[in-house]
Design a protein around this ligand. Structure first.
Ligand code: FE
Ligand code: FE
Ligand code: MG
Length: 171
């Protein structure tokens, strides 16, 4: 634990920050696994485009888990050690992809990203002016989550439109 690095926190305890970061850390692992398994089971129209997006997002969520774990350690905390605690400590529920249809998978993932955006936006509000290093990290992650939502929504809309187009042509 680096003392000077922690001493620059203003009006917030390192413990409060690490507890919040640990919840986000659980979200990231669950998001990583959700994208990983979605990319394996997804079926249907334009699934290759979906697989490319889901695989890229899985890698991003794992990178976020890395960033959050490193910050927890810098603040003298311990990242959650046991995967069985991921669901109980997370902000965003894990949504198993029971329906492999590409549109259902994209809908579930969009919901997950919306939850992640709310989580990191709240973390940015809490740490702004108080813990500038965490603020910087959560802002970078927030920008990624906003991009994730947009990518998934754009793909969802494309597939939706494509299906509508096909239906129109076979009538
Ligand atoms: Fe993430
Ligand atoms: Fe994301
Ligand atoms: Mg993307």
């Amino acid at each position: 634990m680096a003392k000077r690095g922690i001493s620059i926190l203003k009006g917030i305890e390192a413990k409060e920050v690490t507890e919040l970061l640990n919840k986000a850390y659980c979200d990231e692992w669950l998001a990583y696994y959700q994208y990983f398994i979605e990319s394996k089971v997804v079926k249907g129209i334009m699934k290759d485009a979906a697989i490319a997006e889901l695989t890229q997002h899985a890698a991003d969520e794992l990178r976020h888990a890395n960033m959050v774990a490193d910050r927890i350690l810098q603040l003298g905390g311990t990242p959650i050690l046991d995967p069985k605690d991921w669901i109980t400590h997370s902000n965003c529920d894990y949504d198993a992809p029971e329906d492999p249809n590409v549109l259902s998978i994209l809908e579930q993932s969009i919901k997950g990203e919306q939850c992640a955006i709310s989580t990191y936006s709240a973390l940015a509000d809490i740490t702004r002016d108080k813990d500038i290093v965490t603020y910087d990290i959560v802002s970078q992650i927030l920008a990624d989550e906003v991009e994730h939502e947009e990518d998934l929504q754009a793909l969802y809309d494309d597939i939706h439109e494509f299906i509508a187009e096909i239906k129109k042509n076979i009538q």
